[in-house]
Write a protein that binds this ligand. Structure first.
Ligand SMILES: [Zn+2]
Length: 619
């Protein structure tokens, strides 16, 4: 685009739009200036120009069939204060509707040849938009700051492209959600339940972070609205869920304040600034105390929340804790096991030499922590089950099992192993998080988790949601879509995406497309088994095929990631190994150009990213 550009510009703007980009330093020099002449002082580092001050997208994709959120970029103090928001004017073209929040004023303005409907919103946090325009129409829009004192004239130009998100059926067996936004932001979404359900998600989780405490414990003014939304979502056949962050660093710190701070030492012998994990479960600690986190989760369960994802991030720096309490419990633990007495430090030193799981010392150390985590999450389970008065409560832990669990590595005082928690009926599903694994390797990793897990254990991996927003590790909506297919075709029974604040219209379209595409295969996805390696032999090594089968049918994902050249790939099927004679092939979702010919799968890849993944059903 800039080839042949001749200009005498005095400023240079380098704009990177990427989900993760780390730059050490960029300097731009004019002609005639050599590097030696440049004095790089502290003043050379300036805050970069914020080119997306309000929305993290230059182009918004807005659907015709349902409204969906466009989360605004909020300063931290605004984000965590539900009652606050940005004072803006939202200028929309005719045919694009603001469904929520309710604007204070609406007027018509004509500027630069554009006629806009100007919506004055005094506390904007998230916008819910819907389009009446033809699919593919692109119109300019604009957000302008009302705040003339601190942001005079600040504006962001946007393009709004109208897209189609057809209604997706909701599975009664698969568990899918996109969530992690405050209830305050869901409640301004008109018909939140209906619009969310339109996209085929089965778990409706409008509570996150500190919502549970402030909605269900303190008689907050939003409580009746929250209860009403729970009732409505259930009536619509959705499972009502919540994200909650118990036993995290803040909770540990609060627990430590309620009693004498335990002296904690790392395996290295150095003192830790973070308290012993066990302080959380003291009677007065943040876990079991009267208004503590167990009571909060139980109140939510009593109020009708039935599906919990606990985002516990105890980033405790130690591998062992050698405080007096832990030392005492450790010697009791050894005695109970009939193991020879030794101190935690001795066990730790010996375990480092032995490794896990072969080393008896490290295995004992891990089991010592497993017991604690059994008591911790078991305490939640017991109290919540009793509060739910017979209704089923489903609990999962974010990022559990971890890859270290999968590899049978010692996990230290931060974490218990997943399997004992599942076998004891404390945790109901696996929720591995592997944001940083590229999609081309993701299916193989999913199979590793599936093989590691007990057969009956559902697996709902966490995805980060989109290429923009707070955290986005998928490269694009297409990449997100491929990841979701990799989950369902490699032993997963659902997914949970955080955060809805990072989801674009294209992401919602991808979610809805996959939710609809896998719906006819939900039984196979729930009860099927991984197809053995060797059932499929790709004739072209650049393509690979994997999937699941229920013995009569198979859901197969054929991928050819990152290859931009068109190619025809063939995949031979070993039917005796597969367990049935594959006689028919049907295309799943928007998969194109795959046929079954003389018992061989023939897949024509056109080389576009959208076509890297093909999903078919064999029967
Ligand atoms: Zn301790």
């Amino acid at each position: 685009m800039i080839e042949g550009l001749r200009t005498r510009g005095r400023y240079v703007a380098l704009v990177f739009w990427a989900s993760q980009l780390y730059l050490d330093e960029i300097e731009v020099f004019s002609d005639g200036l050599s590097l030696q002449d440049v004095d790089i002082s502290g003043g050379a580092f300036v805050k970069s120009l914020d080119v997306f001050p309000f929305a993290s997208f230059a182009r918004l994709h807005i659907a015709r069939e349902a409204s969906h959120p466009v989360a605004l970029e909020l300063p931290v103090d605004v984000r965590y204060n539900w009652a606050s928001g940005l004072p803006i004017y939202l200028d929309l073209p005719e045919g694009v509707l603001l469904k929520g929040p309710q604007p204070a004023e609406v007027s018509e303005i004509v500027e630069d040849g554009n006629t806009w409907r100007r919506h004055k919103i005094d506390k904007a946090r998230v916008l819910y938009l819907q389009s009446e325009l033809e699919v593919g129409t692109v119109r300019p829009a604009r957000i302008v700051s009302q705040d003339v004192s601190s942001q005079p004239g600040r504006e962001q130009m946007l393009e709004i492209e109208t897209i189609s998100i057809p209604r997706a059926p909701v599975s009664s067996k698969l568990r899918t959600s996109v969530a992690f936004a405050f209830f305050a932001d869901w409640k301004v979404w008109p018909d939140a339940v209906g619009n969310y359900k339109h996209m085929g998600f089965s778990v409706f989780a409008p509570f996150s972070e500190t919502d549970i405490r402030w909605l269900f414990m303190k008689g907050h003014s939003l409580t009746p609205e929250a209860l009403e939304m729970i009732k409505h979502a259930k009536a619509q056949g959705l499972v009502v869920g919540a994200w909650m962050s118990p036993f995290n660093n803040n909770a540990l710190a609060r627990s430590a304040k309620s009693g004498p701070r335990a002296a904690v030492h790392h395996g290295t012998g150095s003192a830790s600034a973070t308290p012993c994990p066990r302080v959380y479960m003291r009677p007065e600690g943040e876990g079991p105390s009267e208004e503590g986190e167990i009571a909060q989760a139980s109140m939510a369960a009593k109020s009708g929340v039935e599906f919990f994802l606990f985002d516990s991030e105890p980033d405790w720096g130690g591998t062992i804790c050698t405080c007096g309490n832990c030392a005492k419990l450790w010697s009791e633990f050894l005695e109970k096991r009939g193991a020879a007495p030794r101190t935690l430090d001795e066990a730790w030193t010996q375990s480092k030499l032995q490794g896990w799981p072969s080393g008896a010392h490290s295995r004992l150390l891990q089991e010592f922590w497993d017991e604690f985590y059994g008591q911790l999450w078991g305490g939640f389970r017991k109290s919540m089950a009793s509060a739910a008065e017979g209704r089923t409560v489903t609990i999962g832990l974010y990022n559990y099992p971890k890859t270290s669990d999968l590899k049978h590595q010692y996990m230290g005082g931060n974490h218990g192993r997943f399997e004992p928690l599942y076998k004891d009926g404390i945790v109901d599903f696996a929720a591995p998080e592997n944001y940083l694994v590229r999609t081309a390797d993701y299916g193989e990793l999913m199979r590793s988790f599936r093989r590691h897990l007990p057969e009956s254990c559902p697996m709902h991996p966490i995805v980060s949601c989109g290429a923009a927003g707070m955290i986005g590790c998928e490269r694009s909506a297409t990449d997100l879509k491929h990841r979701l297919y990799e989950i369902f075709c490699n032993g997963g029974q659902g997914y949970h995406a955080w955060s809805i604040s990072g989801a674009s219209g294209e992401d919602f379209r991808a979610f809805a497309e996959v939710n609809a595409a896998v719906h006819p295969y939900e039984d196979m996805i729930v009860s099927g088994k991984l197809i053995d390696a060797g059932c499929f032999t790709p004739g072209d090594s650049s393509a690979s095929a994997n999937g699941i089968t229920d013995g009569k049918r198979a859901l197969v994902l054929i991928s050819r990631y990152g290859k931009s050249s068109p190619a025809k790939a063939i995949v031979r099927i070993n039917c005796s190994k597969l367990g049935f004679n594959a006689a028919r092939l049907s295309l799943v979702g928007q998969t194109r150009n795959v046929v079954l010919k003389d018992g061989v799968i023939v897949a024509e890849f056109d080389g576009t990213p959208d076509d890297f993944v093909k999903v078919v059903c064999l029967e």
